[in-house]
Design a binder for this molecule. Structure first.
Ligand code: AAT
Length: 293
């Protein structure tokens, strides 16, 4: 940042982005270098900025969805925790995730035959193609892009997917609320094969504790195995993020085989077998939140 010309630094003083966390009294600010793209789609306001340290920053309705430098923490945890629990994932559904980060991580698994990305807003995908270097080749022959509400799209599937990954906006933002209902989780259960695995982003346990509790309560009322796991995510509220892992069959610790990760080591920047196991160890206040002893 120090090497920016003085005029650019002065300009940045006028381009302040603020995200207000739930409750409205705390938040995050960034001094942006420039606004790269801004569009009001039928679903949400899409902004992409360039930041001197964080690279491209993608926001929906003023909420940070990802930055170029830290998105790997979130996407690797959301995708690899469930996919390494499955012996041979071939058919995967991602709901949300139009920036392409989750699809990128899914396609690292060589056995993938069909990866469906169901993103409600086609403008997010267009913007990601053009401006987000962390995106993916959306035209990969294994990928299929669908622009629909994931809560409706899922209803047609029975016993079909090896893995379902919910990369959704927050439950109170845009169309994200559809992806936090019990009915939606029931439809995910139905769409999964008998050894299917599931993951979902479930908010931060500090500012959004109410939603963490609701999401885990609902998911665990549907799946026989449901576990909350956590990871760092530097530009999300509180910097610590929660996820749900669920399965009809595989326990995320007892059935885990760390050997499967070996061939992927050079491609992963956050996830490794130690992180996999450690991410299921929870602070007491988080256990209390979801009623786990
Ligand atoms: N991977 C980046 C992180 C995201 S993006 C979530 C995406 O979910 C958005 O592009 C949004 O358009 C899409 N989406 C929202 N609701 C639906 C729906 N009902 N069906 C399909 N797609 C949907 C999420 C970051 C969350 C954390 C931020 N604090």
């Amino acid at each position: 940042m120090a090497d920016l010309p003085e005029r650019e630094l002065r300009t940045m003083n006028h381009l302040i982005y603020k995200e207000y966390y739930t409750g409205g009294n705390t938040g995050l600010f960034m001094k942006m270098k420039k606004l790269v793209y801004s569009y009001q789609s039928p679903y949400q306001r899409i902004d992409i900025f360039e930041h001197p340290d964080l690279g491209m920053v993608f926001a929906l309705d003023g909420i940070t969805m990802m930055t170029e430098v830290d998105e790997f923490m979130y996407h690797e945890m959301l995708v690899h925790v469930p996919l390494f629990m499955h012996p041979n994932p071939k058919k995967v559904l991602i709901i949300g995730g139009g920036d392409g980060g989750s699809l990128r991580e899914v396609l690292k698994h060589p056995g993938i035959e069909e990866a469906i990305l169901c993103e409600i807003d086609p403008y997010v995908i267009d913007a990601a193609r053009k401006y987000l270097p962390t995106s993916v080749d959306f035209d990969d022959p294994r990928a299929k892009i669908v622009n629909e509400n994931g809560a409706e799209y899922i209803k047609q599937f029975n016993d079909y997917f090896d893995a379902i990954i919910i990369d959704s906006t927050d439950p109170t933002a845009g169309e994200g609320g559809h992806l936090f209902t019990k009915e939606f989780y029931q439809n995910c259960y139905k769409a999964l094969k008998e050894d299917g695995v599931f993951s979902a982003e479930t908010e931060d346990p500090f500012y959004d504790k109410g939603w963490v509790a609701i999401a885990h309560n609902r998911i665990s009322s549907v799946f026989p195995i449901t576990k909350l796991y956590m990871g760092f995510m530097t530009t999300y509220p509180s910097g610590m993020w929660s996820y749900a892992y669920a399965s009809k069959k595989y326990h995320p610790l007892n059935d885990y085989d760390p050997e499967r990760v070996k061939p992927f080591e050079s491609e992963l920047k956050y996830y490794n077998p130690e992180i996999h196991k450690a991410s299921f160890a929870l602070p007491n206040f988080v256990k209390d939140l979801i009623g786990v002893k």
